[in-house]
Ligand binder design. Sequence first.
Ligand code: NAD
Ligand code: APR
Ligand code: ZN
Length: 236
Amino acid sequence: MRIVVLTGAGVSAESGLGTFRDKAGTGIWAKFDPMRLATPEGFAADPETVHAFYNARRRNLIEAKPNAAHAALARLETGLSVRGGGLFLVTQNIDDLHERAGSRHVLHMHGELLKARCSDCGAVADWRDDLGLESACPGCGNGGEMRPHVVWFGEVPLGLDLIETALMSADLFVAIGTSGSVYPAAGFVAEARAAGIRTCEINLEPSDNAGMFDERRYGPASEAVPAWVAEVLGEA
Ligand code: NAD
Ligand code: APR
Ligand code: ZN
């Protein structure tokens, strides 16, 4: 069986990384202005504030641990491949918790918080320290041009061609821990349905596009995802 899994901030919520939006309105975007902190214009206008926002999230991420949902998805990758199938894991998250839980192939369509990119030469480098205007590019050596390697609002997400190819050759599309409010990720379920592919949503509460899914499972990801994986691998 070939499965495409899309994860969002909800899969990392129980690892202590905040989500952006939820029905209670307690997400990150209820506290911070995304247009100031998550757009190229916001970064150009006030790079110090944007660097401080991401530096705080990077420090928080380095202290965080993967949870049972990340571990279950790593087991699913191995379990499917030994059965001649495959898992294509695409995440909107910029954390590295899937990798730390053992997932070997993860596509970060919104970039990665532990990487930085030079606006001068385009070099992308692993980056675990604080990033600032004094940070020098390991590629061209220029200072003051490093930015978080994160896809901001209005920028083009990464790997869309690979995601489309994987989606069209899948038997099942599963969205986990995403509100279904940000495109193009929120549109993947419609594309899967149009291609006759079964779809499933696993979330804490119905997402904005819950009605598009054939199957819907609700509960904390750390419980719902391991239960689903056990069923898929015939361990339930
Ligand atoms: P993002 O940059 O990861 O998401 C931006 C996406 O929003 C783009 O893919 C784009 O398609 C879409 N978009 C474009 N225009 C839009 C609009 N007008 N309205 C809504 N969506 C639009 O993330 P961000 O927005 O920069 O979020 C701030 C940071 O906090 C990110 O780095 C985010 O990943 C991070 N964070 C990460 C986690 C985690 O890794 N688990 C959890 C919470 C927050
Ligand atoms: N288990 C499962 N789902 C959860 C949990 C949990 N423990 N906690 C929260 N959720 C759900 C919420 O109910 C919500 O539907 O996870 C979803 C998180 O939605 P968002 O905060 O909108 O995160 P996401 O869908 O990943 O956002 C998409 O918007 O600004 C950008 O960077 C952001 O790339 C992200 C994009
Ligand atoms: Zn450079």
